[in-house]
Design a binder for this molecule. Structure first.
Ligand code: C2E
Ligand code: CA
Ligand code: CA
Ligand code: CA
Length: 278
């Protein structure tokens, strides 16, 4: 027993060491990646699901490491947040996505919004608002086409984020609450913050057709949003059954693999072409 206990301890200890090492290597790699531009963006279509019309895209960052290959965001975003590297990375993401929308607008896609995920750490950056202004100016983009996706966690902590979000909203940029319903936070922030859209988390969409609770939660969110006059979009739509349930409940907007996975720039352009010729 003693022997086993000791081995278990050693294995445990070693795995902590490996984790620290892995983190440190990843952090170094992340710094290099920003310098050497190993990141690129993919774009996932957002639709009006009742009309089957494209309304916008969400930009999602991708990391292609020269040796390690593709590293998923879930592996590096939180580390980028902890180390503060999300600030320069997030600025790059914002600039790149705005540039891309500018190009698509010139190509005739004049009604699309570009949604960009923004971390708390970025909103805490005293230059955030200024940077956003600069990027919009640089890319010649009207602020109404830009949407920032933030998670509920930002409403929990700081007073400062209210000011930042108000400034963002005053500029004409849209704000949506990502992963809505998973933040364990009080709903009172909905009154105090300038929110345009609630993004129902995919965990509720996944089993909306089989689970009464999920169904009830989605319905409640739709009711709430309707009452206070804000939009709802459902994410993670994978099945026709999801579309059916959501439509029945009066959800107008959606996003998910059922419509399209996140696409490269060229794949998105093909998607749009096919959509028009179908
Ligand atoms: P998120 O913002 O909630 O993004 C949705 C995630 O669900 C994306 O994963 C997307 O590819 C995936 N997804 C879309 N449709 C479906 C579907 O029908 N079924 C399923 N199962 N999944 C679907 P991804 O790209 O791996 O991103 C994961 C998370 O990483 C994002 O969650 C977001 O929190 C973060 N992230 C991604 N890109 C960025 C970024 O540019 N900036 C920041 N700050 N965070 C990002
Ligand atoms: Ca998002
Ligand atoms: Ca989400
Ligand atoms: Ca998420």
């Amino acid at each position: 027993v003693k022997q086993r206990g000791r081995n278990a301890f050693m294995v445990f200890n070693q795995s902590i060491e490996n984790k620290t090492l892995e983190r440190r290597l990843l952090e170094t790699a992340l710094r290099t990646a920003i310098k050497e531009q190993q990141f690129y963006l993919e774009y996932q279509p957002k639709l009006n699901i009742t009309k089957n019309e494209l309304i916008g895209v969400e930009a999602l960052v991708r990391w292609n490491h020269p040796d390690l290959g593709r590293i998923p965001p879930l592996k590096f975003i939180s580390l980028a947040e902890e180390t503060g590297l999300i600030v320069p990375l997030g600025e790059w993401i914002l600039r790149e996505s705005c540039k891309q929308l500018g190009i698509w607008q010139i190509q005739g896609l004049t009604n699309l919004t570009m949604a960009v995920n923004v971390s708390v750490r970025q909103l805490e950056d005293p230059y955030f608002v200024q940077k956003v202004e600069e990027i919009l100016k640089e890319t010649n983009l009207h602020p109404k086409f830009l949407e920032l996706e933030v998670t509920e966690s930002i409403f929990a902590d700081v007073k400062n984020t209210v000011t930042v979000l108000n400034e963002i909203r005053r500029m004409g940029i849209q704000i949506s609450v990502d992963d809505f319903g998973t933040g364990y936070s009080s709903l009172s922030y909905i009154k105090e913050f300038p929110i345009d859209t609630l993004k129902v988390d995919q965990s509720f969409v996944k089993d909306i057709h089989t689970n009464e609770e999920s169904k009830a939660i989605v319905k409640a969110v739709l009711n709430l949003a309707k009452t206070i006059g804000i939009n709802v979009i459902a994410e993670g739509i994978e099945l026709a059954e999801h579309v059916e349930e959501l439509s029945k409940d009066g959800c107008q907007f959606g996003q998910g693999y059922y419509y399209s996975k996140p696409l490269s720039t060229t794949a998105f352009e093909e998607y749009v072409t096919n959509m028009h010729t179908l």
